[in-house]
Design a protein around this ligand. Structure first.
Ligand code: ATP
Ligand code: MG
Length: 578
């Protein structure tokens, strides 16, 4: 296996030092792996990747890049019942989207099924594994507890020849699903439950997405994972804390195979596992089982629903891969479980989009504004700055005319205190246009305001008064005749509670779904150029937030805009008010 780097550098922000990077640096100093740094990202293709996986991806690929090593993408596909090619494809797309490249190092645990089986035969031959006829239920009942040792299986002392014969027949499909297992013969009294004769193989007559019906016994994850790393020459096998107790088992398997002369050729060392704390986020669930439940139960529109914490959901929502990478690196790598405030992710995104998203004006809840002293049928183009944070983004023309739309919220007939927007008698600036003063309102038969009437001051063209007159408020607008009409989808947290899993006994986290997580505005009025906005383009709608053209539901000339994130963190404001 060559040690050539195959992952070109996408890292925009240097990762901070952490205990894993220290271990790697020390190993390099000690020459433990002769300077090799080989990591892997090992997803099970049973769902789409989520933001927690991004942390693991950035860590594993990041370490390889920083150390001139390489990172493998390996699918741990040992459970055909739950896995699917759709997931494999989505995972590859998501890792690429984050900017990482595994080069030729794409692997599947299923490629090692034969090798794993041969090793199982090796252990069985030397009395370190046996075929057990107990059911899964019986095995788990006899496993004991943290305070009670387990009870040995009545099949534990089966003669080697019988074990070999039964294992061979298991493999040949002679037995029904669940009727037998192959178990490692370790220690039923071990304080570590994972060492109490764990199951290595189960019988499942199931079609595998890659091996088809070739196999009817499948390796358990624990029997496949460590050896897969070993076969690939992984040096630093990094995983989340829940695998800490599995490490002794992985080492037991590898040590015993090595003792029996089964070590893979050309791999003069064993992988070393280090565990770190998984990422948890407020207002978010990050378990694939639950995400699948949200999809299957129709609580969201799919894995890429813009409210999902999946990478495909974030992508569709308008998140940039850079902001996710920046966030994933900034949360750091530790041994302690913690919950990260989702506003940190949102702020990483705002920082990024602030620099690169062109500004546009869009009115989400339109109210008609009529400029009585503006000539009928006339229009003119005004200059607007595309991005005040980026002078190179230049300016654009926007049409202005007699009838405009402004935001309902930007007018009050009876203003509350300190209201600086439009009210009768008050003058405000129309962004990039003119000063206008409200003269009257029109109402329908129910007393609802239908139009606000104003006069404008032609001398204030561009938004400044030559006589030095000041106004307190600036509001955005769109010319009614020129406006692009569009659907705009406003998203909020999918869960209404910081910890969605905090529910009374017997209740589901689903009771914490936020009923207002999606609000659809069907007739927003936008700057005319936005009619041609292409899928995936991101804009800031001034004063509203960042929006992205939905990649799935938009049609040419009929873009649908997803609100990616508001301009400010409205939730933390609410919290402070409480
Ligand atoms: P889940 O627990 O959400 O079902 P998983 O751990 O079963 O996810 P895998 O496909 O096995 O999902 O994960 C691939 C890799 O991503 C593993 O190394 C796992 O440790 C890591 N990973 C999964 N979730 C997180 C997380 N929340 N934070 C950091 N790393 C994670
Ligand atoms: Mg897992």
């Amino acid at each position: 296996m060559s040690n050539a780097p195959s992952n070109p550098a996408p890292t925009p922000t240097p990762a901070p030092g952490d205990f894993i990077r220290e271990i790697v640096a020390q190993d390099n100093t000690d020459g433990k792996y002769a300077g090799r740094v080989i990591t892997r990202f090992p997803p099970e293709p049973n769902g789409y990747l989520h933001i927690g996986h991004a942390k693991s991806i950035c860590l594993n690929f990041g370490l390889a890049l920083e150390n001139n090593g390489r990172c493998h993408l390996r699918f741990d596909d040992t459970n055909p019942a739950k896995e699917d090619q759709e997931y494999v494809d989505s995972i590859m797309a998501d890792v690429r989207w984050l900017g990482f490249n595994w080069g030729k190092h794409l692997y599947y645990a299923s490629d090692y099924f034969q090798q794993l089986y041969d090793w199982a035969v090796l252990l069985t031959k030397s009395g370190l594994a046996y075929v057990c006829d107990l059911s899964a239920d019986q095995i788990s009942r006899m496993r004991g507890s943290l305070t009670q040792p387990g009870a040995p299986s009545p099949y534990r002392d089966r003669p080697v020849d019988e074990n070999l014969d039964l294992l061979n027949r298991m493999r040949n499909g002679e037995f029904s699903d669940g009727s037998r297992t192959l178990r490692a013969k370790i220690d039923m009294a071990s304080p570590n439950l994972n060492l109490r004769d764990p199951v290595m193989y189960r019988i499942a007559h199931a079609e595998h997405h890659r091996t088809g019906s070739k196999w009817c016994i499948y390796p358990m994850y624990d029997w496949a994972h460590g050896q897969s790393d070993w076969i690939e020459g992984v040096t630093h096998s990094i995983c989340t804390l829940e695998f800490e107790n599995h490490r002794p088992l992985y080492n037991w398997f590898i040590d015993n195979i090595a003792k029996l002369g089964g070590a893979p050729q050309n791999i003069p060392y064993q992988p070393n596992q280090t565990e770190f704390a998984r990422l948890n986020l407020t207002y978010t669930v990050l378990s694939k089982r639950k995400l699948l439940e949200l999809v299957k139960g129709g609580h969201v529109s799919g894995w890429d629903d813009p409210r999902m914490p999946t990478l495909s959901g974030f992508r569709r929502r308008g998140y940039t891969p850079e902001s996710i990478g920046h966030f994933a690196r900034s949360v750091g790598v530790t041994k302690f479980d913690s919950v990260i405030d989702i506003s940190r992710l949102e702020n990483a995104l705002r920082d990024d989009l602030n620099k690169r998203a062109p500004r546009r004006m869009g009115v989400l809840n339109p109210l008609k504004l009529v400029i009585d002293n503006y000539p009928d049928g006339q229009s003119e183009d005004l200059d607007a700055v595309n991005n005040p944070e980026d002078p190179s983004a230049g300016t654009r023309k926007i049409p202005f005319s007699k009838v405009l739309y402004i935001e309902q919220d930007d007018f009050r007939e009876v203003p509350p205190p300190k209201y600086h927007r439009l009210t009768p008698g008050q003058e405000v600036r129309l962004r990039y246009a003119f000063f206008v003063r409200c003269t009257s309102v029109s109402k329908d038969e129910n007393g609802v305001i239908t139009e606000v009437h104003c006069t404008y001051d032609p001398a204030t063209r561009g938004g400044d008064s030559p006589d030095g007159r000041k106004v307190k408020g600036t509001i955005h607008w769109v010319s009614a005749d020129h406006a692009a009409e569009a659907e705009v989808r406003l998203y909020d947290h999918l869960f209404k509670q910081e910890d969605p899993n905090d529910v009374p006994d017997g209740q589901s986290y689903l009771t914490n779904l936020n009923p207002n997580s999606l609000v659809v505005i069907s007739n927003a009025k936008l700057e005319p150029s936005l009619k041609e906005a292409a899928n995936g383009e991101r804009y800031q709608f001034e004063r509203h937030g960042y929006f992205c053209v939905d990649m799935r539901d938009s049609k040419p000339g009929k873009p649908i805009f997803n609100r990616t994130v508001s301009l400010k963190d409205t939730w933390s404001k609410l919290e402070k008010k409480k």
